[in-house]
Design a protein around this ligand. Structure first.
Ligand SMILES: Cc1ncc(COP(=O)(O)O)c(C=O)c1O
Length: 387
């Protein structure tokens, strides 16, 4: 190799999935009929009116110029109006909203705006890996892991955390990968904790619209004084099935939004104008705090899949609950997660080993409900043969 990777990149933990990916690649070459619960990418498409808006806006040549890094005024206004309708939260679109090229980049960039190398950041474990990698890989911060344990309903135990030199906290509910949800009371406790420790809260609410059984996901900004400490990250990816369009937003404390925009303005421009304009139509489809019918219908599809898979997995001796949010079924497999996933691969079923989300994910496996019910049924028949 001619060039050594930067020391930051060399700090990346060894890639755990190499062996599993090799097996999957080989099976694909052999044209095996793989059934994959691997990726959390919605298979239910965006509704037609969003696709039509995208097509219409993409045909307008003016929508192919640069957009502002922080997002267009009309997009930020639409986000503020959506927050008002959905969460009864007031936001100033000029100072308290930023457009993101998907929420992932915002989550990865925020630590660079507020943390110096060597400062500490609270990261849930297991978790969506971007919190950890954004802070440690891109910004040389030191992680303090918050174990999310089943016995605590996958919520962090705040009084057990060592807080010296900790400046920022990441949190995500409805939670990937565990499917856990949070109450307003727990969010109040978290805001109180932020006050005591002068902590920046980065709250990832990417799955707020993917909920079941009457559960309504709160925004942390609904909690008194939260706006003094919190920035909330949102995404059109799961809400409107627009993963590939790359559009999200950050809202909340004006100082935090300003810092995030300053970082972003050095490295990117805003999301494509035609995407922002289609996203405005999507956000405007909410007319009250209740989701529009197409979202309710979409959630019913995931719910039916969830109910079926959970029932089947339990009947095979595995342990899982029906998640009230997200489209992930977090399943206790009673062995190490890599071995279990390799066993599933023997019958051409793909799932994600829990250890890939952190040390406390060991012993679990994540099934994403992003495949049709008939495929889930077939997968269950296959899994039953090996358990
Ligand atoms: C918890 C969580 N947050 C954020 C994201 C990123 O979403 P996007 O960058 O598509 O907005 C994901 C994607 O899977 C996720 O699971």
């Amino acid at each position: 190799m001619r060039w050594r990777k930067s020391s930051r990149l060399e700090k990346l933990p060894p890639y755990l999935f190499t062996e599993i990916e090799k097996i999957i690649t080989q099976k694909r070459k052999e044209r095996k009929d793989l059934i994959s619960f691997g990726v959390g990418d919605p298979d239910v498409p965006p509704p037609k009116f969003i696709l039509e808006a995208l097509a219409r806006e993409a045909l307008n040549p003016k929508n192919h110029n640069y957009s502002f890094s922080q997002g267009e005024e009309e997009f930020k206004r639409a986000v503020a109006e959506w927050y008002k309708k959905r969460f009864s939260v007031d936001l100033n679109p000029e100072t308290e909203v930023a457009a993101l090229i998907g929420s992932k980049e915002g989550l990865a960039n925020i630590s660079r705006a507020f943390l110096n190398p060597g400062e500490k950041v609270l990261v849930p474990d297991p978790a969506y890996p971007v919190y950890l990698n954004g802070a440690t890989l891109l910004n040389d911060n030191i992680p303090v892991f918050m174990p999310l344990l089943e016995e605590n309903n996958f919520l962090p135990k705040l009084n057990e955390l060592s807080m010296e030199n900790v400046k920022m906290m990441f949190l995500n509910y409805p939670n990937n990968p565990t499917g856990a949800v949070i109450s307003k009371e727990k969010l109040e406790e978290i805001v109180e904790f932020a006050k005591e420790n002068n902590l920046i809260i980065c709250y990832d609410n990417a799955y707020s619209e993917l909920t079941f059984d009457g559960y309504e996901a709160p925004s942390i900004l609904q909690i008194n004084d939260a706006k003094d400490y919190a920035v909330e990250f949102h995404s059109c990816s799961k809400t409107f099935s627009m993963t590939g369009d790359r559009i999200g937003f950050a809202v909340g404390n004006a100082e935090l939004i300003d810092g995030l925009i300053k970082v972003k303005s050095q490295i990117d421009s805003g999301p494509q104008l035609y995407i922002q304009k289609a996203a405005i139509k999507a956000l405007e489809s909410y007319t009250s705090n209740q989701p529009p019918s197409y979202i309710k219908e979409r959630n019913m599809i995931y719910k039916e899949r969830r109910d079926y898979l959970v029932k089947e997995l339990k009947s095979m001796g595995l342990k899982c609950d029906k998640p009230k949010g997200t489209f992930y079924v977090w399943t206790k497999c009673f062995e190490d997660s890599m071995s279990f996933v390799k066993k599933l691969l023997e019958v051409d079923v793909v799932a994600t080993p829990g250890v890939g989300f952190g040390k406390y994910g060991e012993g679990y496996v994540r099934f994403a409900l992003t495949i049709p019910l008939d495929k889930i049924k077939e997968a269950c028949e296959r899994i039953r043969k090996i358990l």
